[in-house]
Design a binder for this molecule. Structure first.
Ligand code: SF4
Length: 436
């Protein structure tokens, strides 16, 4: 059954001014229900605690949009504002939520406006029952009075889109995030959205990400804000703006089945720009193999990972791909396959199989000759070393590992920040660091 009234979703082109942002909020009545004494929580999307060497465009919420939200809240007299995220932690690569706040520029903006930064990974959780899964959700998200969901306009290699509903998965504990992937990911995203409901969703489309959601995706300048009170409607509009049919997005279909709503633009009143005027066709499928091939690296296969592989291993594959394309472009391998996640079985014809992470190791436990790189996720160093030593000519492998060691020491000392062509070349003025 459709809600009696159509849900309002605003689409506004960003012209570089605060006014275009304010117009988006006004068109969707976005601040309706906000009271000055409310506990307000902003949930940006900061998947990684990266360094400046990784371009943030389309990967993380811009600090510009966060700054605009904080200004609006200050003008409304809201004092208790927090910004929360639980980034993928990785000690080896120095990824923490606080570094993510720093990388995105959100930390700096929060300080300027007196907003509190919250690392969900080190704060208490509340347990919620999502059918047969007990999930831990940040208490900050459960107890906020006015939750503002700030996803990026991006695609996702598993769920096709990663917008407002998917962004709330970042409120889970690390173990619950992994559990979501081991169980029914799309269903669980929909169920989570029955428990945690944002009061306002603003899709940050200053930049969008094709072949997302991680580092290997291709960012585009889009200059869009998509805003509304109803996250489901915002996701339908956001998917359409990326040329993806909403009724082919499984988590939207699951949510529709739980609520009796339809995955359709029919129940939505789009205000501002017509969608077809701003839409751009994004590819959501991501193939690490294609990226390796573009660098002339042949003979290395990575199958579609399915739903069970979580961001922990996906990030390790991204780093491995980036390192190989930078350090040994044009190298020919022979029948090498990398398997990740709990669903992928190595191909019979593969001559050398690497099982990346504990999930892939258990799923292929019968493969006695495979190289198991254990861990949840496995260490980057073990992964790069295993592939280099077993797949590259000995001298090339030794030279590459020596250079890597020196670079890693320099990075740890803070005197070097590496860039990788596989992460995209984002040149100004189209890609403007001032947005972060
Ligand atoms: S082994 Fe990898 S895919 Fe499996 S749960 Fe751990 S990090 Fe995720």
């Amino acid at each position: 059954m459709e809600p009696a009234q159509k849900q309002k979703v605003a689409i506004v082109k960003y012209d570089g001014t605060f006014d275009s942002f304010a117009k988006a909020l006004e068109l969707c009545d976005g601040l309706d229900g906000l009271r000055t004494g409310d506990k307000v929580l902003l949930k940006p999307n900061i998947l990684w605690g990266g360094t400046r060497g990784v371009p943030p465009f389309g990967r993380v919420t811009t600090s510009k949009i966060v700054e605009y939200v904080l200004k609006v809240l200050r003008d409304r007299g809201c004092a208790g504002v927090a910004i929360g995220e639980g980034t993928i932690p990785n000690e080896e690569l120095g990824s923490t939520t606080l570094r993510g706040f720093d990388w995105s520029g959100i930390g700096r903006v929060a300080k300027r406006h007196g907003a509190r930064l919250v690392d969900f990974n080190s704060e208490p959780y509340e347990e919620v029952q999502l059918e047969n899964v007990r999930a831990k959700v940040s208490r900050w998200a459960m107890e906020s009075d006015f939750l503002i969901d700030l996803p990026v306009l991006k695609t996702h290699l598993q769920t096709k889109i990663s917008l407002g509903m998917k962004n709330l998965k970042g409120c889970l504990s690390l173990s619950s995030k992994k559990a979501f992937h081991r169980r029914e990911l799309n269903r669980l995203i929909a169920l989570l959205n029955m428990k945690v409901q944002p009061s306002l969703t603003i899709v940050d489309g200053i930049y969008g990400l094709e072949r997302g959601p991680e580092f290997l995706g291709t960012p585009h300048r889009m200059d869009l804000f998509i805003a509304g009170k109803d996250v489901f409607s915002c996701d339908i509009v956001g998917a359409t703006a990326m040329g993806i049919k909403p009724d082919e997005v499984e988590y939207l279909k699951e949510f529709a089945s739980l609520t009796g709503r339809a995955v359709s633009l029919d129940g939505i009143e789009v205000r501002g720009e017509p969608i077809d005027r701003v839409a751009r066709k994004f590819e959501w499928r991501l193939s690490a193999e294609d990226i390796l091939n573009q660098a002339g690296i042949e003979g290395l296969t990575v199958q579609d990972v399915g739903l069970s592989c979580c961001s922990g291993c996906a990030a390790i594959l991204s780093v491995l791909t980036a390192v190989l394309t930078k350090d040994c472009p044009g190298v020919a391998m022979d029948g090498v396959e990398i398997c990740m996640g709990a669903e992928v079985r190595a191909k019979r014809e593969s001559r050398k199989v690497f099982l990346l992470g504990d999930c892939a190791v258990s799923a292929n436990s019968d493969l006695k000759d495979a190289v198991s790189i254990k861990g949840c996720p496995p260490p980057v160093l073990d992964t790069v070393m295993a592939v280099a030593l077993k797949c590259l000519p000995r001298q090339k492998a030794a030279w590459m590992l020596m250079k890597r060691t020196v670079k890693n020491i320099a990075k740890k000392l803070g005197v070097y920040d590496e860039t990788f062509p596989a992460f995209g070349v984002c040149k100004p003025p189209t890609f403007d660091r001032k947005h972060f």
